[in-house]
Design a binder for this molecule. Structure first.
Ligand SMILES: Nc1ncnc2c1ncn2[C@@H]1O[C@H](COP(=O)(O)OP(=O)(O)O)[C@@H](O)[C@H]1O
Ligand SMILES: [Mg+2]
Length: 388
């Protein structure tokens, strides 16, 4: 697996996986590498840690593309042949842009953007962050001149949310469920308020009491205001999906080496393949590596009380200080646990390898003692990703 070649062949690379595994970090690191290699690179990050955002020079209120200054590369001693631009995707603003694009007229646009329900939902609706990440990707892919776009994805609970988001949102906007819920109100809009009150079902009566009439009016306005826009949204969602399935688009699945996440990764991998997406590599991040040349060998003997006591005694003797025994014993337990985790990680990764098709790269990056959020940290990560 040659990740460098991938950076030069693909036009889009999507980093996805569960929350906290290192998607944002990986996206930033490979974008830096691509820029080093000469690609005009654009990285779209979602919710980067503050320090990472600072390192890339993108701010929370951006939603616009910014060049990462050349001097940041120079300062970190990273040669830069190409260029790097970065952006932090703002879900709400991207949704607003989409509404603006598909609204049939200015009144319609303002009605939606000013609607309190829309203002709430555009940010909090499950799937809207995923959808808007892809929407922004699509938007920039068609408007920006870049050799490679690296897309980070939101911290979803289930990696699959990412694929299903466009369908879910368009279905929601089509309003089948809500339509049914507020149908009495929609009808009331046509028939007049009095008739509506008389015909109110008990469920609706309760809803009205709990939420107040204003809320129901907002919802019904919200639905009515989207009328006529579904086609635009649907078409667009289809094109976004087509772009994701394009040969020039690659997926990098990022994961941690624990069993649950690896199972989820395999599941997601199969789904992506099913959806005709191209998964190029799985990156197992935060791997416990066995301590190099460790005299302790495998953790096993040290995990037993007796084994540890004996080793601690030998260490104290070697140190010529018997008081060192108890500290040595604690250090040895720590070492044994680390070794055990390293063994476990390595077994898990082997199992993972058996579940991937040939041709899919499998890369691993060790767990570093500190977080990774500056150029130095990202370069270190790249040394592992691009070592082969
Ligand atoms: N290999 C690593 N070793 C140690 N910390 C890491 C490593 N990779 C990422 N991190 C840290 O883990 C945290 C989560 O990473 P992040 O990229 O934000 O995850 P995600 O985007 O998948 O939610 C960050 O604080 C990051 O600095
Ligand atoms: Mg993230």
């Amino acid at each position: 697996m040659n990740l460098d070649a991938l950076l030069q062949e693909k036009k889009i690379l999507v980093c996805c996986g569960a929350g906290g595994v290192g998607k944002t970090t990986t996206a930033a690191a490979i974008a830096i590498r691509a820029a080093m290699l000469g690609q005009r690179t654009l990285v779209l990050t979602i919710d980067p840690a503050r320090r990472l955002a600072n390192a890339l020079g993108v701010s929370e209120f951006g939603n616009e593309v910014r060049a990462v200054p050349r001097r940041k590369f120079e300062k970190a001693g990273v040669p830069l042949k190409g260029e790097l631009r970065a952006m932090m995707v703002d879900t709400k603003r991207t949704f607003d842009d989409l509404v603006e694009r598909f609204a049939l007229n200015v009144e319609m646009r303002d009605a939606i953007l000013g609607n309190p329900i829309y203002q709430q939902l555009s940010e909090t609706l499950s799937g809207s962050r995923e959808y808007m990440a892809m929407e922004k990707l699509f938007d920039l892919h068609s408007t920006e001149d870049a050799d490679l776009i690296v897309l980070d994805t939101p911290p979803t609970r289930h990696a699959l949310d990412f694929l299903e988001a466009p369908d879910r949102i368009t279905a929601f906007l089509e309003g089948k469920v809500i339509h049914w819920l507020v149908k009495p109100y929609l009808m009331a809009g046509q028939l007049g308020f009095k008739v509506f009150r008389k015909g109110t079902s008990s469920v609706f009566g309760v809803l009205e009491k709990v939420t107040g009439m204003e809320f129901l009016k907002d919802i019904s306005d919200f639905i009515l205001s989207f009328e006529g826009m579904y086609d635009g949204f649907n078409q667009r969602a289809k094109r976004v999906k087509a772009l994701l399935a394009d040969r020039d688009t690659g997926f990098l699945l990022v994961t941690s080496p624990n069993r649950r996440l690896l199972d989820e990764t395999v599941f997601f991998y199969n789904k992506l393949v099913e959806h005709k997406m191209h998964v190029d590599a799985v990156i197992v991040n935060k791997v416990h590596r066995p301590l190099a040349g460790s005299a302790a060998g495998p953790g096993g003997p040290l995990l037993s009380d007796q084994g540890r006591q004996e080793a601690a005694a030998r260490m104290a003797e070697a140190a010529g200080f018997d008081g060192f025994r108890s500290t040595a014993s604690k250090l040895l337990l720590n070492l044994a646990r680390h070794q055990a985790m390293a063994e476990r990680d390595s077994r898990n990764i082997e199992t993972l390898a058996g579940s991937l098709d040939r041709g899919v790269g499998l890369l691993s990056v060790p767990l570093f003692p500190l977080d990774v959020h500056d150029f130095d940290g990202l370069s270190l990560l790249n040394q592992h990703l691009f070592a082969a």
